[in-house]
Design a binder for this molecule. Structure first.
Ligand SMILES: *Cc1c(COP(=O)(O)O)cnc(C)c1O
Length: 360
């Protein structure tokens, strides 16, 4: 119908076309109320209903148990890097972090301002191509929590397993993989994600926290960053990002219509297998990550001749394949293939890559 390109952006990322069409149709007059959802009081019954439905749908999609709170916050995942140590301060002075790349590194740096960070394992010695197996993790004596980054958006490294941390709360930055595959929420103490990769538009950050972990914040924690305050006020201590919550809610409904996270997990595995399969079979493209640690969401790759990078990107753009440039810190290419990137986008990308390789 439209001129929509295939968008491989790492974030803000592609949204389902169906969701955007609903937002367009409801933009000027939401459900006969004579105004956009953006123009409504966040305290109105209408908007409280929108937010409650979004939360309920997320709970259903992820199977979030009742003893977990779901918070709709702001500030992005980056703000959570500070919020987590501040809010869990009462659990102890030392937290363990696993370093698998740039995002876990940022989480470690920020947390170090608030508590003592012990790096229990790092993928640095292997060049960040392999997630260190849990047998190699060396923990501090009594960690207050253990922090992992299950999907490293920039490096393209992903856990294919869930760490077992016993009674120690497992804290996970799922920004770039939430809702991409089924997980067992009860294995985690806290899950957080910026919305702009796999949930909806930027401006919204989702935190899922086991309720017994609320109420342990350090006294200096700003009111606005205190999870207990957010939980006690239904994420509406102040004005929440209403439009982002509304759109996220539409994405949750869309995911339900696709068959939920089980189906998305199958589709995502198929999409990634096609792309990695092609890259591995090619002598023109390469991906350095060990197969057991490869991301199903973010696929970095390099051309044999890096002098052709600009030509590759220009040709891709003409073919309607956008945002394939790798992160500025690592170079090369990266295809982010989140839930909203259809399988047809991978097929078209592979056609283009093949044409390009044959010329090169
Ligand atoms: C994008 C991303 C972040 C940063 O998210 P913001 O919402 O921009 O702060 C943090 N962690 C991971 C894994 C990410 O992919």
């Amino acid at each position: 119908m439209s001129q929509r390109a295939y968008n491989f952006c790492s974030g803000p990322a592609a949204l389902p076309e169906e969701v955007l069409a609903i937002a367009r149709d409801e933009m000027l007059d939401w459900h006969g109320k004579g105004m956009s959802v953006m123009e409504m009081s966040h305290r109105s019954d209408e908007f409280v209903g929108v937010a409650q439905t979004a939360e309920n749908d997320l709970r259903k999609l992820m199977g979030i148990p009742d003893d977990y709170a779901v918070l709709f916050l702001q500030g992005g995942a980056s703000q959570q890097f500070a919020c987590i140590p501040m809010n869990l301060a009462g659990l102890g002075p030392v937290a363990d972090y696993v370093d698998t790349g740039i995002w876990s590194g940022k989480a470690i740096d920020e947390a170090s301002r608030y508590l003592k960070v012990h790096v229990a394992a790092t993928a640095k010695p292997n060049g960040y191509i392999h997630v260190p197996g849990q047998r190699t993790w060396a923990h501090s004596v009594a960690p207050s929590y253990i922090h992992v980054t299950p999907n490293e958006t920039i490096g393209g490294l992903q856990y294919q397993w869930t760490p077992s941390t016993g009674k120690v709360p497992l804290v996970a930055d799922m920004s770039s993989e939430i809702l991409s595959r089924p997980i067992d929420v009860s294995r985690y103490g806290l899950i957080y994600a910026g919305a702009q990769k796999n949930i909806g538009p930027s401006g919204l950050t989702v935190v899922i926290i086991r309720k017994d972990l609320l109420g342990h914040a350090s006294p200096q924690t700003p009111t606005m960053l205190n999870y207990k305050v957010a939980a006690d006020n239904g994420s509406m201590y102040n004005t929440p990002p209403t439009f982002s919550i509304y759109l996220a809610g539409q994405v949750f409904k869309w995911l339900e219509r696709q068959g939920g996270v089980e189906t998305m997990g199958e589709i995502n595995a198929r999409k990634a297998a096609k792309l990695y399969g092609y890259i591995d079979a090619s002598d023109y493209y390469s991906n350095p990550i060990q197969p057991d640690s490869r991301s199903l969401m973010n696929v970095p790759f390099r051309l044999r001749d890096e002098g052709q990078n600009k030509a590759f990107l220009a040709g891709a753009e003409s073919a309607g394949l956008l945002n394939l440039q790798g992160h500025r810190s690592v170079g090369g290419m990266r295809a982010s293939i989140y839930n909203a990137v259809p399988e047809a986008a991978i097929d078209r990308l592979l056609e283009y890559m093949d044409e390009f390789a044959k010329k090169g």
